[in-house]
Design a protein around this ligand. Sequence first.
Ligand code: LR7
Ligand code: MN
Length: 568
Amino acid sequence: SLFIVIRDRRSISSDSEIYERALRNLRKNSLHSEYTLNDSRFRVWQLLEPTNISLDIDNRMSMIKSYDIPPGVNGKPVLLNSRIKQSVKQLVRKGWTTHAFNEFVSDLIPLNRSLPDVRDDWCKHQNYSSNLPQVTVIICFHNEAWSTLLRTVHSVINMSPRHLLKEIILFDDFSTMDHLKKPLDDYVRGIAQVRLRRSTRREGLIRARILAVKYATSPVVLFLDSHCECTIGWLKPLLDRISKDPTVVASPVVDTIHDSTFEYTPQNTNEILVGGFNWKLKFKWNPIPHNVLIKRKNVASPIKTATISGGLFAINKEFFARLGYYDEGFEVWGAENLELSFKAWMCGGSLEIIPCSHVGHIFRKTFPYTGQKGSLKRNSVRLAKVWMDEYAKYYYDTIGSDKIDFGNVSKRLELRKKLKCKSFQWYLENVYPSLDLPDNYAASGQIYSISNYGGCLDSSNHLYKLGIGFLPCHGQGGNQYWVYTKDGELKIDDLCLDYVFSLLMLYICKGRTSSQVWLYNAKTHHIRHMDTQKCLQVVKSKGGLIVILKNCSTSSSQKWMMENFLVG
Ligand code: LR7
Ligand code: MN
């Protein structure tokens, strides 16, 4: 069932002062474990019937019934009445632009809301050691919203056995927002477990973690993003694995907190995914490989994973130190999860996902802060230089070349030598054998037109939408990095160029069905569609140059070059 939150008639007709006051109240009350919406400033309503969100508001009103619990409780979604006042709408918009999620809705939800127990029954009958190590939970943040940050903190405290949680280190990566200054100091002063530390310049999340870990005083450290919520029983199964084997890096299952409604959606234990990556060094989720699946004792027992998503994991502090924490040359965001993943495996450890441990995370569609984009490429090149041996070139292909300023990696290479780590080839063969090697590529890189139009096939803004783009070639890979497989697929990431109902589109690969098979002829330069025997052509339209399928001809607008095309 769905809940909608509406403000009662009284407050709708009053000014935004009431909203502000209600918000202050929410914050004040949030420390108590019991929370009620009294004075009817906000009311939560439950829709009784299977809901149809497009119902108009009067229709909804006739269906709803007063419901006596606060918004978002038990992980339920919170929907705002579409008739909220203009001033509130503005607040909603402001939340989205500042944080890339619905901060207004988050602010309505109690900081200690409950979540459902989503564990498999098997988990509830596990007897974890009575002698588990203590943990330091580290939460780094940069300009995080008040309610999401503190809900993370409270959920850790509420969901962790007291004797196991040594401390929470809240590490401020040089935030600029006022609520994270004195108000936060004042707030956390009242919470015994929390130590608030701050960096003196913007470090980026990777160096922030390295700095924060030095304050930790327990044998295990556990990282969380600053917008997470832990569920019941989340901690022990992670600590249990590490206490049995200190070289295991243990990740919980990451469930989704919806960016708009804050609904909590668990991953189904039967469909748990494990981590991988592609040659763009982009983290991706994969189904559990078949040979692993058939050997599993229980759907909820720990699973080895080739990589971790990076934000949420527990690790033995000494093992982390031995691995050299993270590369300190990594800037703001990205690739540190693969660095840790590769070296954990290559240098004597392993990674696991622990299905009995569930933590929610708000997945955002964009980044509200600066510096994210540039850092990723730099970090990835450093990663490739240090850990990927001769396979690094496959990554450089996807970004054009390795000729960017990536700093100096000699210290990291020394570390790898000192630890006597195994080769990347060993890692691929033993840990991630399902990764498609570029051996199966017939071509990879740009696909450019040899017509007067000049330009490249480009997938930007066309994922899951109709058509494909045609833009000036930029030589940077990315949206212009195509893979042409020996089976005739034209791929961008995991999507295949498809032609159905007379429309070109990028679509989930269907495994060599003929609507996704393309025949490139390096002599005539045609890219011919197997199903229809038509050819890709660039044409002028009102909106600029577009790509369509036409009967094959000798026109130069049907002539294409594929980079790195293997002859034969
Ligand atoms: O400069 C910064 N300083 C910071 O302290 C930028 C960010 N941060 C903080 C930020 O407040 C947040 O707590 O770092 C954390 C991660 O940043 P997000 O939440 O903006 O990015 P994200 O959720 O995409 O992060 C994912 O990828 C990152 C790559 O560097 C890290 O590995 C994050 O930990 C990772 N998050 C997860 O793995 C959660 C599960 C998501 C998945 C898949
Ligand atoms: Mn995050």
